[in-house]
Design a protein around this ligand. Sequence first.
Ligand SMILES: Cc1cc2nc3c(=O)[nH]c(=O)nc-3n(C[C@H](O)[C@H](O)[C@H](O)COP(=O)(O)OP(=O)(O)OC[C@H]3O[C@@H](n4cnc5c(N)ncnc54)[C@H](O)[C@@H]3O)c2cc1C
Length: 409
Amino acid sequence: MSDAPESGFSLEPGEDLARTRDWLHEFAASVIRPAGAEWDEREETPWPVLEEAAKIGLYSLDFYTQQYLEPSGLGIPVVFEELFWGDAGIGMSLAGSTLAALSVAANGTPEQVGEWCPQMFGGPGDVKLGAFCSSEPEAGSDVAAIRTRAVYDGAAGEWVLNGVKTWATNGGIAQVHVVVASVDPSLGSRGQASFVVPPGTAGLSMGQKFRKHGIRASHTAEVVLSDVRVPERCVLGGRDRLEERLARIREGGHAGEQAAMRTFEASRPGVAAMAVGIARAAAEYAAEYSARRVQFGRPIGQNQAVAFMLADMAAAVDAARLLAWRAAWMARQGRPFRRAEGSMSKLVAGETAVRVTEQAIQILGGNGYTRDFPVERWHRDAKIFTIFEGTSEIQRLIIGRAITGLDVR
Ligand SMILES: Cc1cc2nc3c(=O)[nH]c(=O)nc-3n(C[C@H](O)[C@H](O)[C@H](O)COP(=O)(O)OP(=O)(O)OC[C@H]3O[C@@H](n4cnc5c(N)ncnc54)[C@H](O)[C@@H]3O)c2cc1C
């Protein structure tokens, strides 16, 4: 019996979640990590790994939903940390559909969630993907500059989408695409809405597929929308609610948050946890290496210069995880991010992953710089976490505005 007082506060994942974590860790260690280098070189979606993950119930809407609903809020951070500990490129292929699903969950009606989210995952033997398409060539950090237009054709009862999306994870190969478009360009970002483009819709095509620095197993491409016609019911939240919202804004009323922003806010603690997974992998690998590698007659880890670096790496990983867990816990409790806690977690975890993976290369010396060891790949993979889902600078803007109340630019 522990004589610690009952505190009502815990940083220990519950029994179920701890079991899930151990199960995922086993999959990450035995299936994901051994496949990482191959799929990085191939620069292709690792369909066989997705299939294996689907077979054991990991790559499934049910599994992710269960983790999103985990009462402590730690379900998704724990899951993503383990998957990305295994490999970030494969991890992103396993997690990419969740951003599209989250945008439907955040902005859609229960009927829309029920109709579209299962199609983003498919099932064992027939796995599918979802893609969330917000960014455009002229609208990256500046989401308000989105030019893709959605026009309602009342006679046909359809929306007509035209524009070019870029950087879409799973873009063009997904079963279901969620597209952010402007319905009323005069209202800037407040005139935007999200639309589902159902499987096989004519007019949606893949543009160039990008050849990337890291997370190369994750497919990233342009998506071209040319007179794409989707049924009225494909606007997330429904057309009535959208028209009411736009009317309120035109009368000078409150708009609520932009659709894309709501998706990003909800996803940031999970994205932070992905970065924590990469950083932890590198910190552990470097620590083990430092105990084995002998120079000057002793393991390199016995040098303070190396041990202090390892100490900083381990502390930074744990600090980043705590920020991710705090934000995830707050989100699950329905507490608003008044001090931009979601952005804080993403900022710190992303920059930690870049720094820690670079330190890991340093500790491995020449070996660290080669593709015979995984740390150079992890460093390339880590860099995306200071860029996508809002760059580090944009996170600092959001945090700066939240803590000063000023319109920081
Ligand atoms: C691998 C990958 C996957 C992606 N997946 C998706 C996806 O699935 N869906 C999707 O919609 N998008 C996705 N993106 C796009 C990603 O979110 C954008 O790349 C990101 O938002 C930055 O936009 P940008 O690349 O246009 O850079 P820019 O906005 O052009 O920024 C360039 C630089 O300027 C800085 N900057 C810009 N504005 C400011 C400012 N006001 N103050 C200070 N600094 C500023 C930025 O921080 C950055 O350093 C992905 C990108 C990549 C690379």
